[in-house]
Design a binder for this molecule. Structure first.
Ligand SMILES: [Zn+2]
Length: 376
């Protein structure tokens, strides 16, 4: 089906905000009722949209008073997240609901081996009897955007200038797009999460590193070559701890998961402590752990305030593998957020979003979905 701009707009509106009555859909998109009918008819005929059934499973096709909704099983996407040593993959429907998932350790970083493992994961998720695959999304920490098939830099995987999307597309015969992993997570929030209904918001992730995805004026911001949102090494206090790149007191040195663990375990000379052990010590009031988590919360509050001062979001979503540390450092976080928010503003509303690891791969699936619906 050849899509016009109006068709894309209607379909996305119904996917993100639906089901909607025809009157409401027409109002939101500033279309006349007849223009809306013209746009939706081909989608309904091809099974992408349907009129919501009423009553006990009674289909009421053809009654214009019934709300319109997307037939979410009509398309299927695979999202893959690559870390330094593992591959996580999910298959989703059009509403980004996970239908199946798989993971495996990466053999090594040799591109032929990784390509083989990606192909195998896709095969495992899309076997016979499952809906045909519409697109594949791949996310990783590093410099990549959906408009470019090349991974420009991926420090964890040791790749640079690698045309990964083209290689996967050739191997599996399905359109494939890349994106930075934090931006892919932001795409999930934009269409299916806390960001729905907000035209400007930021997602800040805390985990192995610190990431930032931005939606400004309904657009997911990529910046030059995908470089927007690189806040991880923002200077917090130049008397602070050192990060692995030698910055004294950057955000990552204070608030990333490995830095917090290293700081508590190192000070106590207990190298066996995990991050969650450190968190439990802080919860129990251990002074060293308390201090490290308070400093982490404070650094994060300062970082969120800085992002808010620059971009003016309606909402900041905090997530990532270490976001549960908020349970012990929320006071320090809020105090720093208030202290560093510009005096003419009130501190931005912050929502803490609990995190599961398959969200990374789900983000990659939504990147593929967005690219397919907006540009495919
Ligand atoms: Zn740094």
């Amino acid at each position: 089906m050849r899509l016009t701009d109006a068709m894309r707009a209607v379909f996305v509106e119904l996917l993100v905000h639906g089901p909607l009555s025809r009157a409401e859909a027409a109002r939101r998109l500033a279309l006349s009722p007849s223009a809306l009918t013209k746009v939706t008819k081909p989608f309904i005929e091809a099974g992408y949209l349907r009129e919501q059934a009423t009553g006990e499973g009674t289909a009421t096709v053809g009654r214009p008073s019934q709300p319109l909704e997307v037939e979410v099983s009509r398309m299927s996407f695979v999202g893959i997240k690559l870390t330094a040593d593992e591959l996580f993959a999910v298959r989703t429907d059009l509403a980004a609901t996970i239908q199946a998932e798989t993971s495996r350790p990466l053999i090594d970083h040799d591109i032929d081996n990784v390509l083989g493992q990606i192909t195998q994961a896709i095969t495992d998720l899309t076997g016979e009897g499952r809906p045909p695959l519409s697109a594949v999304g791949i996310s990783l920490a590093g410099t990549a955007t959906p408009s470019d098939p090349v991974v420009h830099t991926s420090p964890f995987l040791g790749w640079s200038q690698l045309p990964l999307a083209r290689l996967v597309e050739e191997a599996v015969g399905v359109p494939t797009v890349l994106d930075n992993d934090v931006r892919a997570l932001t795409a999930v929030q934009q269409w299916f999460g806390e960001g729905v209904g907000h035209s400007s918001f930021a997602l800040i992730t805390v985990g192995a590193g610190i990431g930032c995805g931005l939606v400004i004026g309904d657009r997911l911001v990529t910046g030059q070559s995908g470089a927007a949102g690189l806040v991880g090494h923002l200077s917090i206090d130049d008397r602070g701890p050192m990060c692995e790149l030698g910055h004294r007191g950057c955000a990552r040195a204070y608030a990333s998961l490995p830095a917090i663990r290293r700081s508590v375990a190192g000070t106590l000379d207990r190298p066996e402590l995990t991050f969650d052990d450190c968190l439990a010590l802080a919860r129990d009031g251990h002074p060293v752990a308390r201090r490290v988590f308070d400093e982490a919360g404070s650094a994060l509050g300062q970082l969120v305030a800085t992002v808010a001062n620059i971009t003016g979001p309606e909402l900041v979503i905090l997530s990532g593998e270490a976001v549960h540390m908020q349970e012990v450092c929320a006071d320090a976080f809020q105090a720093a957020l208030a202290r560093h928010t510009h005096w003419t503003s009130t501190p931005v509303r912050v929502v803490v979003k609990p995190f599961t690891f398959n969200e990374w791969a789900r983000g990659a699936a939504v990147t593929a979905l967005q690219h397919q619906l907006l540009h495919g």
